[in-house]
Design a protein. Structure first.
Length: 184
């Protein structure tokens, strides 16, 4: 279902668009995801709506079959990409879990601002974006997924999440349509 309405208290949540992640997802379209997310961030700011920029600085404890393990990352790995043009008014969330809600004050910061609707972009569709969206949905936010402003390391997971999982938690639309709603 495409976007049906823009709540007066909406926020953009941008997941893991940081140097260490966008650098190894170039062949998966991360440049387009960054560009579209930056365009959305600018439009949200122009309307005085919150922009949440999330980076990942660690990982949840526990054993996994796949992942980065306990290796050290370069010093700038968690730095947000400059194209997002982070502003002092933005909400910055550093997470150490897959999702950006558990273990952070994201929900409290959104509630302080009266946010009722969240728009999701970022990397990876089936991990960070989905985990954050699940928590947001469970907490009662209206969730909108900006389908062309996200990508995944696994194209099959990306497609499945967009077509099967996200429609069960919210509305799915494109950057152009969201921008029209913001500027309309």
């Amino acid at each position: 279902m495409p976007l049906t309405q823009l709540d007066s208290a909406a926020a953009l949540i941008v997941i893991d668009l940081q140097k260490g992640i966008t650098g190894f997802t170039v062949e998966l379209g991360s440049a387009d995801v960054v560009s579209r997310s930056a365009e959305l961030a600018k439009a949200f700011r122009e309307r005085g709506l919150p922009v949440v920029l999330v980076n990942v600085t660690g990982r949840a404890p526990g054993r996994v079959d796949q992942g980065f393990g306990n290796r050290a990352f370069p010093p700038d790995w968690a730095d947000l990409v400059p194209e997002l043009d982070a502003q002092p008014s933005d909400i910055l969330i550093s997470k150490q879990r897959v999702g950006a809600v558990l273990g952070t004050d994201l929900d409290a910061k959104l509630k302080e601002r009266g946010v009722t609707q969240v728009f999701m972009t970022g990397i990876a569709t089936s991990m960070g974006v989905e985990a954050t969206a699940r928590s947001a949905f469970d907490l009662g936010y209206n969730v909108v997924f900006v389908s062309d402003a996200m990508t995944d390391l696994n194209p099959v997971s990306h497609k499945h999440t967009l077509e099967t999982t996200f429609p069960r938690m919210g509305e799915v639309d494109t950057t152009d349509n969201v921008l029209k709603a913001l500027r309309g």
